[in-house]
Design a protein around this ligand. Sequence first.
Ligand code: SAH
Length: 355
Amino acid sequence: MNTPLSSIVRKQIARFGPLPVSEYMALCLLHPKHGYYTTQDAIGRSGDFTTAPEISQMFGELLGLSLAQSWMDQGCPAPFLLAELGPGNGTLMADILRATRNIPAFHKSAQITLVEASTEMQKRQTETLKKYDVTWYQNFSELPQHPIFLIANEFFDCMPIRQFRRTENGWQEQMVGCENDKLHFMLGKATSLESFNLASDEPLNDIVEVSSASVSFTQAIAQHIAVTGGAAIVVDYGNWISDGDTLQAVLKHQKVDVLSYCGQADLTAHVNFNDLHIAASKFAKVSAMTSQGMLLEHLGITARAQALATQLSGAALKNHIAAHRRLTHPDEMGALFKAIAIVPLRENLPAGFSE
Ligand code: SAH
């Protein structure tokens, strides 16, 4: 399909040659004028995909309380950054703030800090969080050096990835090329194994995905936490290893062709939690990976769901029961979504996580 961004992508390929998947992804998601997060009503029922905080307030409440407990465990540092990466509509941060409102010192010491690349998404967050004093940053590296208690939900899945395929000629990078005005995948030059840590025994034709942006973000978070104190909770869909070719495009809750809706469909890939774990472990303590279902169970979602259910009836009660199932059941988000936590080496992990 011809979109304003697809002609820009085609021109770029005509001038500079085929693009690595990472550059294609970055253009599609964050092009300042035509990028997906700059132009589309992305998240929620009317958008293209729904995230856990949009499904139920319980998600943000439980994770917010886990972060607040961690803040108390670390001696209630003040001031501190209550930070979120990629806050979408701002719903998760709003739920965290509501759930912690009875801990006045937490609210008083918190500098609400959002890292958001899209000015359009910033506008939505401003609206959702209008009661609060919020500071935005475009890059993590700009954050002040205060202790940081951070959450990132469905942030790492939109970090650009590169894809490598093992062929008879060794590893080759998958690129986006263009022929007769149509974008297509093609194999680029052979690539050395060492620079990307690719295994030599990977079966022929397998694809491995590598996200150096995710690794850099994780290192920066872990370094910040190691120096100032704090905790980070990362939740996303993915696995302990690369899951093969996981690049996907989603438009109006349906999967669509990855190259056909430049700037109009969401583009994501599974998160490789082993890579995040290795990156963060250089500086800080990292929890074992847990599933979203297990994490929410450990944080008491069933009791919270029952408490909320007593105030509901009819369709609202039915929706609430469905939302609880959707967040936790292994056939829904419970098993596909995973979480890890990062704290300084000397500190305990947040509630819900173990080593
Ligand atoms: N966390 C939210 C939504 C995740 S969607 C939720 O749970 O509902 C991804 C978010 O990350 C969007 O707000 C998008 O604009 C932002 N984003 C994408 N790439 C980014 C980058 N490189 N730096 C900062 N924010 C980014």
